[in-house]
Design a protein around this ligand. Sequence first.
Ligand code: AMP
Ligand code: GLY
Length: 440
Amino acid sequence: MKILLTSLAARGHAIADALARSPQNPEIVSIVPAKNPGIAALASEQFVADLMDFDAVLDIAKKVQPDFAFVAPDDPIGAGLTDALEDIGIASVAPKKALAQVEASKGFTRDLLTKHGIDASPAYKVFTETDDTSIRSFLDELEGNYVVKYDALKGGKGVKVSGEHVHSIDEGVAYAIECIEECGRVVIEEKLIGVEFSLLSFVSGTQVIDMPAVQDHKRAYEGDTGPNTGGMGTYSDSNHSLPFLNASDLEAASLLNKQTAKALLDECGSPFKGILYGGFIATKKGIQLIEYNARFGDPEALNILPLLESDFVDICQGIINEELSEDMVTFANKATVCKYITPESYPESKDNKGEGVTLPDVGDNARIFLGDVSESDGTLTLGGSRTAGIVGIGDSIAEAEAIAQKLCKQVEGPVRFRNDIGTQEVIDQRIRLIEEVRKG
Ligand code: AMP
Ligand code: GLY
């Protein structure tokens, strides 16, 4: 069994780790944009190539002749790497370009849900003309509580929320016009108030199997302040729900993933095969969709995959062959807390790049997944981006948090992490917020 893993950073390390634990003992060959010491330790070979350079990726794939490929990041999925690999006879765990629009185009997804009668969207409109009056009148209609979304992939930086990134109707109009000028379309929607969470599912056509729900923390600094990042940390609970959700919330999110997978099949005429990542928000009106991604999240994968007790290679094959079933997927009933170690200068600058970092050894109740670090002669040095995700695993979120926190404090180098992620104080805040939102 040979698997081609096209991935990067800590998410790639977590995927490689889950594949390597398979009883099928697969050989993992990886293609990475920059060498990753974590993946290197698990792969028989690590090729370095730009994952958007399809000719280079296909040349390697032809040489490797894997049984299947796992394509992890959004850009190559959105640009059709799965289709290109299929053209040379290699099936992938990742959707084809048409289906990956569910992540690459926010307008496509809102329209898909509307067309298929899936009721989980706020008021929204898609604009393609830089006509200032109709944009302005919709922003007025939303009474200034709006979100403007660039309608293509933009490394998680295309969304501007009123009151956070934009502070007047004029600023909203200006950003909307900027989006249309750059990518031809913009989505403007009502700003939802509530608590966000993620529910990822393994999907093969209409076969949809959920993973434990996770909550991400995108802001750079404690107390959810500072600029948005790729994610500073995440937690999941031992019952696979989250402390602020009730059973009907999780069921609603699960149903939305199933309905969306079916809608994608009907719309595109071919099955979505891969990871469907629902970004949801629990609001007064119930569960609403913020966005879909067509891949594992980073850090979400770092919480979820260490809990997987069943054979990940088997699940991948089930996704590819449309033979996915509930009994193939078992997760440990444990809680996890992931805290990202980042350079002190992240995300504002890359000033610490090249400086040394030392990571602690971990036991069975923790994992460290390596991100933007390089290794030479056993010494690790920082890149400019997130360094390593440290995951504590315990019977409760409190236990997992204590494990992750202790390990984070042992890291030596010019680094930082968010002390507050997974703490009872932050969880209580979320519970209070959801209670207030529900009362209205
Ligand atoms: P996205 O890139 O779609 O994940 O959006 C980034 C962030 O913008 C989300 O995690 C939310 O915090 C926020 N966001 C997106 N859409 C909405 C919305 N309709 N209402 C409130 N916040 C939103
Ligand atoms: N953690 C957010 C993402 O992967 O998109």
